[in-house]
Ligand binder design. Structure first.
Ligand SMILES: NC(=O)c1ccc[n+]([C@@H]2O[C@H](COP(=O)([O-])OP(=O)(O)OC[C@H]3O[C@@H](n4cnc5c(N)ncnc54)[C@H](OP(=O)(O)O)[C@@H]3O)[C@@H](O)[C@H]2O)c1
Length: 259
């Protein structure tokens, strides 16, 4: 049987690289969306921590994920047979702009933060979900990473974009409760970095308050567990620290009674 593929949006970041590691270790191929050659090289460089990873199973494609037609263009190329078909999606676009107090944030910055922190995920969802539904693969998943900043109140305007992601996840969980696509949110309230960064500097900056950095390859285990467990559907998987890597903490995201 041919291997399934995960399309990763935000694939060159700490989380994106972690997702690629988890996918390769789960015997999936990867369709990595990056903004250009430099980001492609960033991915490959950050995978060199483990020379045994089958990086030849990653297909790179260039697109502007902040544009409302960027990921749609990728899906169109998949449909045209120019890129590999995919069965899973993971969205991990973001940029940390913690300017505070937020009454000092100018309008252009706010819009940029909301485009990167929220719209990119929405555009990815809008472009890929109809494709996954039409494909009808029973194993399909769609995963969205969100961050603890959105609940703790730190992180300025970036944290407000996290709030929008929580709601996007709620809606997507609701819309896909009975479809062939298992939608889940990964709520991360800890610091994850590329393995090479952890090797060079094992501790997070003290002002972050997280202590030891979590390696992308360690956090990858969370995605592996989501892929492997069909019960994890319309759920929030929470990671507050190393103990949650072993425990795999998840709960249904939506309340039992809804309209
Ligand atoms: N890492 C953590 O510890 C952590 C903790 C909690 C939540 N999160 C959440 O996880 C998500 C990803 O975090 P991360 O640490 O992986 O971030 P990151 O390392 O900064 O990577 C972010 C990704 O988004 C892309 N991106 C950012 N701005 C872009 C732009 N203007 N145009 C195109 N692509 C752009 C980056 O592409 P380039 O490489 O091309 O710049 C990269 O692929 C964020 O929503 C973050 O809030 C992360």
């Amino acid at each position: 049987m041919s291997r399934e593929t995960v399309l990763v949006v935000g694939s060159s970041g700490n989380i994106g690289v972690s997702v690629i590691i988890g996918a390769l270790r789960s015997n999936l191929d990867v369709l990595a969306v990056v903004r250009g050659k430099e980001s492609e090289e960033k991915v490959l460089h950050n995978l060199t921590y483990d020379k045994s990873l089958p990086v030849d199973r990653i297909t790179f494609t260039y697109a502007d994920v902040l544009s409302d037609s960027g990921v749609q263009g990728v899906v169109d190329e998949v449909k045209a047979g120019k890129l590999p078909a995919f069965h899973h999606v993971y969205s991990a676009v973001g940029a940390y702009e913690p300017k505070t107090p937020i009454y000092t944030v100018d309008t252009a910055s706010l819009r940029r933060i909301m485009t990167t922190g929220f719209e990119a995920a929405f555009f990815a969802y809008r472009a890929t979900m109809p494709y996954l539904l039409a494909q009808g693969a029973k194993t399909s998943t769609w995963t969205l990473v969100t961050g603890g900043a959105g609940e703790s109140g730190v992180g300025g305007a970036t944290a407000t974009s996290q709030g929008a992601l929580f709601s996007l996840a709620n809606v997507a969980c609701h819309e896909n409760e009975d479809t062939n696509v298992r939608f889940n949110e990964v709520y991360l309230h800890y610091r994850v970095d590329y393995d090479l960064v952890c090797d060079e500097s094992p501790m997070s900056p003290p002002q972050m308050g997280y202590g030891k950095r979590m390696r992308a390859s360690e956090f990858a285990g969370v995605y592996e567990k989501i892929l492997a467990d069909e019960n994890v559907r319309a759920a929030r998987v929470s990671v507050y620290g190393f103990e949650d890597l072993a425990e795999f903490k998840w709960r249904k995201k939506l309340p039992p009674r809804r309209f």
